[in-house]
Write a protein that binds this ligand. Structure first.
Ligand code: CTP
Length: 419
């Protein structure tokens, strides 16, 4: 097939095509031919069970390169290291349930799975399996883990399956796999040279030495943004309120507790940064005075707290900034887009990420989120529910478009009125 022939080519790229033991392994032959035709240098890494469905010789002839299957073959010494270092992207198509489990858990018992443990490049998996397997909670959990780690999983399609049944399990159309490869390659190092300041998590505003005012933010969205920006080549400083999220690899972390501390941490780093992404859920109010000793309840049946406003950090950064791109968030429960547009303007932002925190499965604490992105030109992008790590990449794509002057894919004329 001639999938994607009119799209940009893959000239100069090096790709590892992983083939695992599914009846759909034969489709990898066509994918290999297309990748080669588009200019990629392709090394095929097969699993032992894939070789039961199709011979390595087929791939060797079509790729013009030796096919690697066994981690322990004498001439493959350290191949899992050298191959992954030289590779721009790893594409596993078809990916079996067993492979997805190994990739999610970090098991390395053959060349392909071991390579994943050393590879720094994007990984794209196109699963193929029986419908009942694809929807099995174990498989779904592994897919979720991989997506949270930034792996692109190209969902299988509905239709007749090898078992004679029908369901979701057919390997995705070649064009969808190729599009995913191109998107992953386009994102690779596209933020190199940028210094991104990300804020995350809640702030805690002390009432006394043991109590504070805070909110339900888990910090996951900000951490996912920091991780995605780092993976795409940016230098990242993450200014974070208290969370239990693991620190992303290669990201410098500055821990703060209060809105005041967060303001200082961000303001002092503003001139260093090229982009600021304000994902933190900053407390809008704090107790006027924090008691120096624990407040005792004895003798009191009622109590009131005197509160005062904290600094609006985004607005302050917006007033101080020179060339930095500013991205804000808006957690809303109603009139999502109108509130987002209002905040974008009032705070002088370039991009705002608005999410409806009442939507089931999205928002605070959740692994997933949906968002409406509104940019300073009135471009609007609606992103349906997806893992926060995936959403992070989409937000970075939108910010990148603003930096490079490429219009948002879906500008909505109504939103530009009054600008
Ligand atoms: N923000 C900030 N400083 C604050 C409060 C919020 O920088 N003191 C940032 C958040 O990090 C987020 C954006 O502002 O990027 C949210 O805008 P905001 O208008 O403060 O939202 P809410 O706090 O939800 O405001 P409201 O209660 O008016 O909806």
């Amino acid at each position: 097939m001639d999938a994607g022939a009119t799209e940009p080519t893959l000239v100069g790229t090096r790709i590892v095509l992983g083939v695992t033991g599914s009846i759909a392994a034969y489709k990898a032959v066509s994918l290999l031919r297309t990748l080669v035709r588009e200019g990629a240098t392709v090394d095929v890494a097969m699993t032992r069970s894939a070789a039961k469905f199709i011979t390595p010789l087929t791939f060797e002839v079509l790729s013009g390169r030796p096919v690697t299957a066994d981690l322990f073959e004498a001439h493959q010494e350290m191949k899992h290291l050298t191959l992954s270092e030289e590779t721009d992207a790893i594409v596993v198509a078809p990916a079996t349930a067993n492979f997805l489990a190994k990739a999610a858990l970090g098991l390395g018992d053959d060349l392909l799975s071991t390579m994943l443990l050393t590879a720094q490049c994007p990984l794209i998996c196109a699963p193929a399996m029986d419908g009942g397997m694809w929807t099995h909670p174990t498989v779904a959990a592994h897919v979720q883990t991989l997506r949270e780690r930034g792996v692109t999983v190209v969902d299988p399609e509905e239709g007749p399956l090898a078992s004679g049944r029908s369901g979701q399990g057919r390997l995705a159309e070649e064009k969808r796999i190729l599009d995913a490869v191109r998107a992953a390659l386009a994102r690779k190092f596209d933020w190199q040279g940028h210094r991104i300041l990300v804020s995350a998590g809640p702030t805690q505003e002390p009432i006394d030495p043991v109590r504070y005012i805070s909110n339900r933010s888990s910090g996951k969205m900000g951490y996912a943004l920091a991780e995605a920006a780092r993976a795409r080549g940016a230098q990242v400083v993450l200014v974070t309120g208290p969370t239990s999220v693991p620190v992303p690899h290669g990201v410098e972390v500055v821990s703060v507790e209060t809105a005041d501390e967060m303001t200082r941490a961000l303001a002092t780093r503003l001139s260093w940064s090229t982009v600021v992404i304000m994902a933190a859920a900053v407390a809008d109010f704090r107790p006027k005075r924090a008691a120096s000793h624990k407040l005792k309840k004895q003798g009191t049946t009622e109590a009131t707290l005197d509160l005062e406003r904290t600094t609006d950090i985004l607005a302050a950064l917006s007033a101080m900034r020179t060339t930095q791109l500013l991205v804000g968030f808006a957690a809303e429960t109603q009139n999502l887009r109108a509130h987002a547009e209002e905040k974008l303007k009032s705070k002088g932002l370039d991009l705002i990420v608005a999410n409806d925190v009442t939507q089931p499965g999205a928002g605070f604490g959740s692994e997933q989120n949906a968002a409406t992105l509104v940019d300073r030109h009135g471009g609007v992008t609606v992103l349906a529910l997806r893992p926060k790590r995936e959403l992070a990449d989409d937000i970075l794509d939108a910010a990148r478009r603003l930096l490079t002057g490429v219009p948002s894919p879906r500008p909505v004329p109504a939103a530009t009125e009054g600008q």
